[in-house]
Design a protein around this ligand. Structure first.
Ligand SMILES: Nc1nc2c(ncn2[C@@H]2O[C@H](COP(=O)(O)OP(=O)(O)OP(=O)(O)O)[C@@H](O)[C@H]2O)c(=O)[nH]1
Ligand SMILES: [Mg+2]
Length: 489
């Protein structure tokens, strides 16, 4: 039997019903409602005006270069940050206070992973095959309450216990930072959320922010700009999480450097160095009393993005054509990435596709049975085969080369995860060459129209090499943009 029956009536309009004021609305409630409606309308009109102005300017001026960033793994926002740093360093600099909070949160999270590993010392994790078997239970965040006592304490010496208990004050810091990173005027749902990053038990969740939310504004009050664009932070703010982080600094360093902790992490296959937002080797700087992040720290800071965001960057190039760049960052769940791509149709000059090659022995956080390299390959296949995008240039970044090199040197073998690699040498040149050929082959076989294969080996956290890649990219895209606009004349 249905729980609710709607009467069929020609007068019944569900939309008007939903937006009409409640029948028992008081005078005061009515006033508030009208004020809120007015504010909402003003906001919406302002957005419309902005969009119209932008469209009019686009019609008059040269066409902007439009680039979409896609990846099944990580690197999009990092590349975008780097691009902004190169072309608009002033704007980048004013965001320093916001990134300081993100880096602090990244540090606290890594420390909690260690504390949690001490709590459950017997469990090996982070191996692709082992992980695919150990996926049934999801993590309850150890940040949300007290750190539980270890299941087996035989391996842990008393000094470590004391450090561990002193570091429990970091629990408040995580909470404080999460609240700081959530803008006040936005509801928590859909803007800032803790998303699981690791499929195994006991690994804390990761902060994700919806790209449409101006989360950095929250920190504007912390930033003052002097004549020299110097960033000033209110160091006396009693709520500054930096205070607790500074007080815990030495303990955090001792914990991270402790040989027993290193042994334990190795035993559990927990490679923190490979996780997004790894800063434990920079603890002395980050826990310093008046810590302000360097450019390099900001590039490495990890904040998961949700949704699509558009970024306008002015690129000086000696020519008007193509000096205005629109870069689209598509964050979020991998299934959404393919869903978004067709919306860009023929509107794009290029798609930069980032494939994190070092992830050949890792699985996806959101689908713990799927190998991350395999996922990149299947996303690449679907993008190259997409008819709607057939006229768009594709530029492949085989990314995280720094981590790939370190992984191969440490003895991890590509052939153990990519069986077709066989007995080829396990060095950087041979493995990356092999992967490059695989991706090129997929393009050749699946692209509806013949396309040039543009490919770069990248480590987007590395300034020097990324600078070179961007320079050649700019050259290529500007020439392309010029060609298109000449054709259109
Ligand atoms: N070592 C190293 N780290 C990298 C590289 N590329 C990205 N990372 C790190 O990976 C983490 C995640 O990168 P992001 O750029 O935030 O990833 P994203 O593609 O925007 O991911 P979503 O927002 O989840 O869609 C950051 O902490 C980066 O520092 C790389 O080439 N080398
Ligand atoms: Mg991102």
């Amino acid at each position: 039997m249905p729980s609710r029956v709607y009467e069929s009536s020609d007068d019944w309009d569900p939309l008007s019903n939903a937006i009409s004021p409640p029948p028992d609305e008081s005078v005061q409630e009515k006033e508030i409602r009208i004020k809120q409606e007015l504010e909402a309308k003003q906001k919406s009109d302002a957005i419309d005006e902005d969009l119209n102005r932008q469209r009019a300017a686009e019609k008059k001026g040269p066409k902007p270069v439009r680039v979409l960033l896609l990846a099944s793994g990580e690197g999009k926002s990092t590349f975008l940050k780097f691009f902004k740093l190169m072309h608009d360093p002033k704007a980048f600099s004013t965001e320093r206070a916001s990134w300081r909070a993100v880096i602090q949160l990244n540090v606290v999270r890594s420390i909690h992973i260690i504390l949690d590993a001490m709590t459950h010392p017997a469990q090996p994790r982070h191996d692709t095959r082992a992980m695919s078997k150990d996926i049934s239970s999801t993590s309850s965040s150890p940040f949300s309450g007290e750190i539980p006592l270890p299941e087996d304490t035989s391996d842990i010496e008393p000094g470590l216990f004391q450090i561990r208990s002193r570091l429990s004050s970091l629990l408040q810091v995580e909470d404080l930072l999460t609240r700081q990173l959530t803008p006040k005027d936005y509801s928590e749902v859909g803007t800032t959320q803790l998303a699981p990053i690791h499929p195994t038990k006991h690994v804390p969740t990761e902060l994700a922010i919806n790209s449409s939310v101006p989360w950095k504004q929250k920190f504007d009050r912390l930033v003052g700009k002097g004549d020299t664009e110097r960033i000033i932070i209110d160091w006396d703010d009693p709520n500054d999480p930096g205070k607790i982080i500074h007080a815990c600094g030495e303990d955090m360093i001792r914990l991270w450097k402790h040989p027993l902790v290193q042994q334990m992490l190795e035993k559990q296959n927990l490679r923190l160095e490979e996780m997004a937002g790894f800063f434990l080797d920079s603890l002395p700087e980050i826990t310093a009393e008046r810590y302000l992040p360097t450019d390099e720290h900001i590039l490495r800071a990890r904040l998961k993005t949700l949704g699509v965001s558009e970024h306008c960057v002015k690129v000086s190039a000696g020519s008007d054509i193509g000096s205005d760049w629109r870069i689209f960052d598509v964050g979020g769940h991998r299934s959404l990435v393919t869903a978004w791509a067709p919306f860009f149709e023929n509107n794009l000059n290029a798609i930069i596709f980032l494939a994190p090659i070092s992830a050949f022995d890792q699985v996806l956080a959101e689908a713990p049975k799927v190998n991350r390299l395999e996922d990149s390959v299947s996303l690449w296949t679907s993008i190259v085969a997409n008819k709607i995008l057939q006229h768009t240039d594709l530029i492949l970044f085989l990314n995280k080369c720094d981590l790939m090199a370190a992984k191969l040197v440490s003895g991890i073998k590509l052939k153990d995860y990519v069986v077709s690699y066989g007995n080829r040498p396990n060095d950087f040149e041979s493995t990356t060459n092999y992967l490059r050929k695989k991706f090129a082959g997929i393009l050749k076989e699946n692209s509806p129209l013949p396309r040039t294969f543009y490919c770069h080996y990248t480590s987007v956290t590395d300034t020097l090499s990324t600078q070179k890649v961007i320079a050649s990219l700019k050259d290529m895209l500007m020439r392309d943009s010029l060609k298109h606009s000449t054709l259109l004349l």
